[in-house]
Every structure is written in C-alpha cells, then in structure tokens.
Design a protein around this ligand. Structure first.
Ligand code: PLP
Length: 708
C-alpha cells in the first residue's frame, strides 16, 4: 500500500469515524454496562456523521462560493448514484424485515428524501437535500448569512430531536413538529442538521491554522459539557432522538480544526474504504448473525463487543477488498465539467509524473519548490498545490502575498516563498500567514526589519539579471541584512536569465552567474554565518544545469509538462507530459451561405456554402485574439476546425464543413488531445508569437478547473 501525505489528520479520522458509526448500530458495550454504552453510542459516536458532513463541506460544498458549482453538482450526482446502489443492495433486507409493507406514496417519498430506505441510508438523502438547500440559499445570501440560516435550522432541528420533550410543551411547537414528523421521521436530516455541519466545513477554510493550545482547551471543555448535556437530557427523558445536541457543533468546530492542522501520514485507501464501511456494515451485521446461527458460534451475537469487532473487521476487510479490486481494474475517470461553457482539465497523473521526473533529475538533497504563481500558470493554484502536497511537496513559491494567503487558507502547509515585492501595508499578512518574503534589495531589507516583528526571508541575490536582489558584489550589504534583528534569513537565491539557451555566450553568462552566487555563499561562511537554504535553478536550470542543484529547485513551466517554446518542449517530450487541456462547449451550429460574411468587421466571407460552429469561449478566457482568421484551429470529433473571423471576448466561430454530425452542447478542444490529434499549448503560443508561459498564465479566471 502506498503511503502518501494528504490532508492527513482529516483523512485519517475517517476510519475511527466509520468505526463509531458501526458502533451506533451494534452497541458494543450493551452486554456490559448500559451507561457506558449510552456514552459510546449516543454521545461519543455522535461526532461521526457531523464529521463526514464537515469534510464534504470543506472540500465540496465550498464550491458554491468558489465558482465551482460543477464540483458540487458532480458530488451530488455521485452521491445519488451511491444512494441508488445502496438502496438496491438493501432492498432484500428491507423486504425481509417488512419495511416496505403497505406503503403509501407519502411513505415512499419520506423514505427516499429524508429517512433513507434502510436505517443508515438517511445519510445520502441528507447530503443531497442539504446541498440542494444550501445551493438555493447561496443564490440569495452570502456565506455568513447562509451560515446563520443553517444555525437557525439546526436550532429548529434540536427541538424535534434531543429537546423534543421541552419543545412539545408549547402548543405551537407541538403542532409544528407534528406536521414535520408527518413528512420526515426525524429532524436529523438534510434540512435541519446537515446544513450547519456543511457550513462549518465550508468555513473551516476561512481562517489560518489557529493556536492548537486553544483548540485543545476548547475540545476538552466542550466535549465533557456535551456529555453532561446528553446525560441531563436522558435523566429528564426529554429526547425523542439523540443525534443533535446544542454543543455538538461546538465540539465539532474544535475537533475539526485540530484534525486539519495535524500532519500524520495518511493512507491512500482511507477515503474509499471508509465510505464502503459506512455503506456495507449493516449487511455485515446480517452476515455475522447468520454466521453465528449456522456455526452455532453464539458468542458472535451474545457478546456485544465480540459482535462489534466481528462486524467492524468484516466490514473493513470486505471494503478494502472491493477498493483493491476497483483500483486493479483501473477504471478511467472522465471529467465532464458539469455543464460548464468552457473549462480547463488538469491531468493529475501527468502532474505527478512531471514531479517524479524532475525530482529524479536532481540529487536527493534538492527539494522541489514548485512555482504556483499566477494561479499555477493558469492551472488553478489551490488544485495544483493540493495535488503537490499530496505527492509530498512541502515548499512552494508564489509571486505575491495574496497568492500565498489564498494557499494557506486552503490548507497548504510548509514553506511558501513570495518571490516578488510586498508593500509594507501587507507585512502583517506575511507574519499572520507564515509566508517567507524575498528581500528585493538592501533598502527593502531595512523596511522589512523596521516592521518590528520577525519576518522569515530569503535574500535575492542579483548575479546579472538586474531585476531584483541585492547585488552579489555588495557583500557588506548582504552581511548587514544577515545581522538584522527582525529578519530570519532562511535562504539565499538567485535567478538565471539565460539558462534556456545553450549557445556559448549564454552558457558563459550562466556560469558567471553561478560563480557570483557561490562566491557570496563562500564569503558568508567565511564571516561565520550558518549557510541558509540555497537555490538558483528554475525549470531550464534543472534541465540544462543539473549540477547547479542547491537545496531547492524553483520549477515552474516544466512541472506543467511543457517548456517555453515548441522546440524545447519537443526536445524534452519523452520525460514531461502536458498537464492542461482547454475545452469549450459548442453553442450553436449553422450554415454560412456562399458570399455571406461573419463576425466583427466581417473579416471572413464564405466562398461556398459551409457549416460553422460557434464556441462559448473567447479571448477573455485566455485564448489569444491573435489566433483569429485562420491562424488558430480547434479540435472537434478528432478533426481540425480552423478559426474563422475574429475571436470575440466570450465566443468564437470555427469552420466545421469537413466534420459530420457536430451538435450544440458537444465539446471542442482548444488545447489538448482529441482523437489522434493534439493542439499543444506550444502551438497556440507559437501562433500568437509568444511563449507558453504567457498563454498558460493568462488562462481566464472564469474557467472552471477540473481535476481529471
Ligand atoms: C517564475 C519563476 C520561477 C519559475 O520559472 P520557470 O521557468 O517557469 O520554471 C523560478 N524563479 C523565479 C524567481 C521566478 O520568478
């Protein structure tokens, strides 16, 4: 089993959470002590389902506010499918148990939408209805207002759950809940319970990692308090059901924050296995009972703890087996960018491949510090950084503080180096989000030092590019910066400006830059300074000058599987794989009759009757306008369709005369593969008279980024 670093704390917790769900349905301690069993199944285990809701909230539902509705809708579809499969799986058991006798239409609806068709399956409709509800709310309200609405719904839910005994004292509420219960059996469902935990998950990304001591203190106070709450409610017999407590969201808040800050090694199989345990364990309860009967091994059902262990182990084993089989059969995932007009596909396997190849070109001691600036060269910084973090990368570089802040808020850990200038008004961000700042020159170093709080920096050394950095010959300035009280000098770097071209003049220049850099390092050591982390290679540095490896390599363009020019990309094509594809929807197909002209400035005139297609993508999405009028082409049904007329801001037209059966709603590839043909980003760059870096980094913000 391959171990990879993921959102480890959160992922890891899925297994105990799944084990707790199994506990709810098997009551492990029932044979020993009713009180202990109450604590385990009615108090402790009540954190399991909210935890799963929060994970979904953080990683999926947050899309409602990040313009990633497609991600949310894909999840809903997937959940509905899973629900469908689980319903079928449990149909025989449900029929056997007599769940479906004399059902009215209202009963069926209640089961499908709220209760689930088998006892544990309520979770799936709760996910779906909860997300749909939040989707509706998010159309009219902002995040905070939706959160407030979710709190309100939860409070209403409490009145129908643990606090029903109190609520029904008031005639109005008694009537209200009676009406409620004619529609759904419990208030722990997608309307009253799930939304709050989804929102707590969504908001988990809002702030930076908090002080762990405070979080621990919060958990240590709130959990016993919730336990007390549960026991009081039980003592006064107020509970109708016991899934919701006033303090449960508080406990979950602290617990979740503690988990997400945790760096444990996660196991790649945890996520799918935990989902399957959730779905399968009631079936395994039946299997264990049947086995006990057949084998007369009655301890399996009579001792609650043995029973629990048997069910849990069997569920886990079967789940693991299913996951392994599924991975073996290796189904290929296909992204469909749910209804998007134009979107980018990010091939995570290609990205992983490039990481591995680049890492292999470097000595073990040199780590990758991928450049995820400019939204990871258009690929989507958060998506790419998360993917890299999973692959074990723990250092990143960005262009500005805002880019660093965004990554931190999305849970990216490790070193984040800001390569460019940060205005003093934004120094607080550097400290608050633990960003490392580049010293752009000696004056700037003074300014950073004057801020008064410790700032982590890497000193830029100007060895010949003359863009930023302290001049390498100004050793006294560099040493002076090292002495500054409030600067923690963690690194020293320079940037090579001719490492991409291997002609004599440029090679000499690179060698001179490297010598100047090493000279600075030697002088620092001679003056007794501990040598900080060193780095000078970007992508071309790694490929053309592997011997210049330092402690880090700031790889950008190569990581995305291409190089700046078509020629270079072809030269290295056997070790790098392009990561990005740009796709767009065909909006309309029509005939352009002989002699008619099309588009702004009627630049194109049909020489004979022809078929044309309008695509819902334009230069605002990053496709250069220079590709207008036949310079560029797109791929449809694996055939080349040349651009006709001028590319507009949001739309463009192509000639599809040679391609049969093209329909509106189908996809066109603007960058990427389609059938046997490929349009590479290098082709687009060449046609537009620029380098791939520019094309990629200008991919439009409104394109949805889809991981495939
Ligand atoms: C952008 C950038 C990089 C990455 O460059 P690539 O050529 O894309 O690998 C590295 N270092 C600095 C200082 C940069 O600005």
């Amino acid at each position: 089993m391959k171990e990879i670093k993921r959102y480890a704390g959160v992922d890891f917790f899925r297994i105990p959470a799944a084990a707790l769900v199994v506990a709810i349905h098997t009551s492990p301690l029932a044979s020993f002590d009713a009180g202990a069993d109450f604590f385990l199944t009615r108090v402790l285990a009540r954190i399991a389902v909210p935890f799963f809701f929060m994970v979904t909230g953080q990683f999926v539902v947050s899309g409602l506010w990040d313009m990633q509705t497609g991600r949310v809708m894909r999840y809903v579809k997937k959940t509905a499918l899973l629900y469908g499969i689980a319903m079928l799986l449990y149909l025989p058991a449900g029929i056997y148990a007599g769940h479906y006798q004399e059902l009215t239409f209202a009963d069926v609806l209640r089961m499908l939408v709220f209760d689930g068709t088998f006892y544990h399956l309520w979770y799936f409709p709760a996910c779906i209805t909860g997300i749909c509800l939040l989707y509706l709310l998010s159309r009219f309200l902002n995040k905070k207002q939706v959160f407030a609405a979710a709190v309100l719904l939860y409070i209403i839910g409490l009145g129908g759950d643990s606090y029903y005994g109190l609520a029904k004292q008031v005639p109005f509420f008694a009537d209200f809940y009676e009406t409620c219960f004619s529609v759904c059996s419990y208030t722990r469902n997608g309307i009253f319970m799930a939304p709050l935990f989804f929102m707590l998950g969504v908001l988990a990304d809002e702030h930076i990692p908090d002080d762990r001591r405070i979080l621990w203190a919060g958990l240590c106070v709130s959990f016993p308090a919730m336990t007390e709450e549960a026991y009081l409610l039980r003592a006064f017999r107020l509970q109708r059901h016991d899934s919701m407590y006033v303090l449960l969201p508080v406990v979950m808040f602290f617990l979740y924050r503690l988990l997400r800050g945790r760096q444990i090694k996660g196991i790649a199989y945890v996520v799918p296995v935990s989902t399957r345990i959730y779905i399968l364990h009631p079936a395994m309860i039946l299997v264990v009972r049947a086995a006990a009967k057949v084998t007369k091994f009655t301890i399996l059902t009579e001792n609650s703890l043995v029973h629990y262990a048997a069910v849990l182990l069997l569920s886990a084993a079967v789940s693991l087996l299913l996951v392994i089989i599924r991975k073996r059969t290796g189904q290929v995932q296909k992204a469909s960018a749910f209804g998007a007009r134009a979107w980018l596909e990010v091939d995570h396997a290609a990205l992983g491949h490039n990481v591995k190849m680049l890492q292999e070109m470097l000595p073990q001691s040199c780590k990758l510090m991928p450049a995820v600036k400019a939204d990871a060269y258009g690929h989507g910084a958060v998506l790419v950084a998360k993917e890299l973090q999973k692959a074990g990368v723990d250092a990143f570089c960005v262009a500005c503080a805002a880019e660093g802040v965004r990554l931190r808020r999305q849970g990216i850990r490790g070193l984040i180096l800001v390569l460019g200038y940060t205005h003093p008004q934004q120094f607080p961000l550097l400290v608050r989000y633990k960003l490392t700042q580049t010293v752009v020159d000696d004056v700037y170093a003074e300014r950073l030092n004057r801020y008064g709080k410790t700032i982590h920096v890497h000193i830029g050394i100007d060895t010949g590019m003359h863009r930023i950095g302290v001049r390498s010959e100004h050793m006294e300035q560099i040493l002076h910066i090292c002495q500054m009280r409030n600067l923690s000098v963690d690194g020293l770097f320079t940037h090579l400006c001719t490492s991409d071209v291997m002609t004599e003049r440029f090679v000499n220049y690179t060698v001179a830059q490297a010598q100047a850099f090493y000279h600075v390092v030697e002088q620092m050591q001679a003056h007794g300074y501990a040598c900080p982390a060193l780095h000078m290679q970007a992508s071309y540095g790694v490929l053309n000058y592997p011997e210049l490896a330092g402690d880090y390599a700031r790889v950008g363009i190569a990581l995305y599987g291409v190089l700046s020019t078509k020629e270079d990309t072809e030269q290295w094509s056997n070790c790098l794989k392009p990561v990005l594809s740009l796709k767009a929807r065909i909006a309309s197909v029509r005939t352009l009759y002989q002699g008619e002209s099309a588009g702004y400035g009627i630049q194109y005139t049909a020489e004979r009757d022809m078929r044309i297609a309008t695509l819902s993508v334009g230069y605002a999405d990053g496709l250069p306008r220079a590709l207008s009028c036949g310079v560029g082409s797109v791929l449809i049904h694996g055939c080349l369709a040349p651009v006709i007329g001028r590319i507009c801001m949001d739309q463009m037209t192509v000639d599809i005369s040679g391609i049969s059966n093209v329909r509106a709603g189908e996809e066109a590839a603007l960058i990427g593969r389609c059938g046997d043909l490929e349009i590479s980003v290098c082709d687009v760059a060449k046609q537009a008279g620029t380098i791939t870096n520019e094309i990629l980094s200008r991919m439009g913000a409104r394109l949805e980024r889809v991981r495939i």
